[in-house]
Design a protein around this ligand. Structure first.
Ligand code: NAG
Ligand code: NAG
Ligand code: NAG
Ligand code: NAG
Ligand code: NAG
Ligand code: NAG
Ligand code: NAG
Ligand code: NAG
Ligand code: NAG
Length: 408
């Protein structure tokens, strides 16, 4: 864009943020992305929050909005086996926000080096919203800790949830401070992996790929899918959320059909890939809202909120850990952010002490490590393990830690 090495360039960023966002055309319609003029949307209400407040997050980001192109939360398509009623008023459209970092440094593809090769594969499993001490008050998470290595000084990088999911694969939150139909036009670890020919996958519970003009396994950008979950007394929503799937938050990913075809319905594909040894070297497993700690317990029932997630992860490990370990897989179970009663989403990082547990290859069960690490340190671990180069963002900041140093 207008990024140059001139000192006065910073002045331009301020101006760009302060000005009304420039109109633009969203790159793709299909797979949960609609023209706002689509007659099927006549009964839909618009909901949107601009991506960030420059006064809080700095002037290093720009955004544009295409109000003519929208993501759709289609409650009429949602099944309600839990006895809940679907109301037309639940239907919402979200304008397409595109976010960019004007002074993003170029990606460094100098990946000729081999990498440390500490693990053959890495599998991330992401959980929701709980501060370290409350998670570890759950008997289920204490049992889980005996099966792996508990990282006691691990930190989320932001609030609310969404920017943390972006940080895992891109080394930045891109100034996002809300949860909306955000599409980041920026590089991710998938660019580095593609450059080196290393395969990857995302397995998301309740995700259904879209059949579009590009092909039968296209990205599905619907903000919500699956049955309505009213188990949490504080709110109800469908069990699947787009914001929990890191790859879908990046238009650099979703505009590429080949990449889209690597996001799967977990129930359809995960067990099979683990059992036949074809899980790719870099993967995410995205549990649904009943498995990721968000529900069913109330947000204010801190001491029990993660029990269900703990029970789920215990059975997940019973089913898959032996095979994953034999295939050289490091399993990283991590919360996205630590939410307090007094939490403020306007504070970029109010300590954010979360549970991260490592299982499988290179992990001695029933151990702990108090090394400081953030989500960026998880990204750094994958980059150093596979020898991927660099995104030239927070993945170059060694203070964030390095997963490869925490396993043997
Ligand atoms: C687009 O939508 C946003 C959010 O609803 C609104 O603030 C903005 O004024 C709209 N822009 C135009 C040009 O309609
Ligand atoms: C919402 O889902 C219903 C039921 O599956 C379907 O008939 C309708 O076309 C969907 N609306 C949109 C905008 O996709
Ligand atoms: C995808 O859509 C095309 C065109 O509508 C149709 O012919 C094809 O059978 C569909 N494929 C799947 C797998 O549903
Ligand atoms: C699209 O993705 C494929 C692999 O998934 C990659 O090889 C290719 O370079 C990507 N294309 C672009 C334009 O990024
Ligand atoms: C996911 O795959 C399973 C197994 O093939 C299937 O039963 C289920 O309907 C699929 N779920 C979605 C949401 O597509
Ligand atoms: C929130 O409250 C907890 C416990 O009462 C306290 O330890 C913590 O420092 C508070 N955090 C913020 C950001 O005020
Ligand atoms: C951050 O949280 C950790 C773990 O809960 C705690 O030990 C530490 O004192 C906290 N730091 C601050 C500055 O609140
Ligand atoms: C590092 O991430 C923070 C958000 O956690 C962001 O504000 C900052 O710009 C990033 N730094 C770099 C060099 O990308
Ligand atoms: C490096 O990371 C640490 C820990 O996350 C952070 O406090 C520090 O500000 C970062 N430094 C730079 C230059 O981004």
């Amino acid at each position: 864009m207008f990024c140059t090495s001139f000192a006065w360039a910073a002045f331009n960023f301020v101006a760009a943020v302060a000005a009304a966002p420039a109109p633009f055309t969203a790159p793709f319609v299909g797979g949960g992305v609609y023209q706002a003029s689509d007659p099927r949307l006549k009964d839909y209400a618009v909901a949107s929050t601009p991506p960030f407040s420059p006064s809080v997050y700095g002037d290093y980001y720009v955004w544009r909005v295409d109000n003519n192109t929208v993501g759709v939360s289609n409650a009429t398509a949602v099944e309600a086996p839990l006895g809940l009623t679907n109301y037309g008023s639940d239907n919402t459209v979200y304008p397409y926000f595109e976010i960019e970092k004007p002074c993003d440094k170029p990606v460094d593809f100098s990946s000729e080096y081999e990498g440390k090769g500490t693990f053959k594969k890495i599998l991330h499993i992401l959980f929701e919203n709980e501060v370290f001490s409350w998670t570890m008050s759950s008997p289920y998470w204490r049992v889980l800790a005996t099966r792996g290595k508990l990282l006691t000084n691990s930190h989320g990088v932001s609030h609310p949830s969404l920017p943390n999911y972006a940080a895992f694969i891109a080394g930045d939150t891109f100034g996002m401070a809300a949860e909306n139909f955000f599409n980041v036009k920026g590089s991710t670890i998938y660019d580095l992996l593609d450059h080196k020919g290393i395969d990857y996958a995302t397995y998301a519970e309740w995700y259904t790929p879209s059949n579009t003009s590009r092909g039968p396994c296209d990205c599905n950008q619907s903000p919500f899918m699956g049955p309505l979950d009213g188990s949490n007394p504080d709110w109800s929503s469908p069990v699947y959320r787009r914001l929990d799937v890191p790859a879908l938050l990046f238009s650099s990913y979703t505009t590429n059909y080949t990449r889209c075809s690597k996001i799967y319905n977990a129930t359809d594909k995960f067990a099979q890939d683990v059992n036949d040894g074809s899980l790719p070297p870099y993967s995410f497993y995205v549990p649904d809202m009943l498995h990721n700690g968000h529900d069913p317990a109330s947000d204010s029932d801190y001491l029990h909120q993660n029990d269900e997630a703990g029970r789920w992860l215990l059975s997940f490990l019973d089913l898959y850990l032996p095979a994953l370990q034999e295939q050289g897989t490091l399993v990283v179970a991590s919360f996205d952010e630590a939410t307090w009663t007094n939490d403020s989403d306007a504070v970029p990082n109010n300590n954010n002490s979360i549970v991260t547990m490592l299982f499988g290859s290179g992990v001695t069960p029933n151990t702990m490590d108090d090394t400081y690490i953030t989500h960026y340190g998880a990204l750094i671990g994958a980059i150093n393990n596979f020898g991927l180069g660099s995104l030239s963002r927070n993945d170059t900041n060694v203070t964030n830690g390095d997963l490869t140093n925490l396993v043997w």
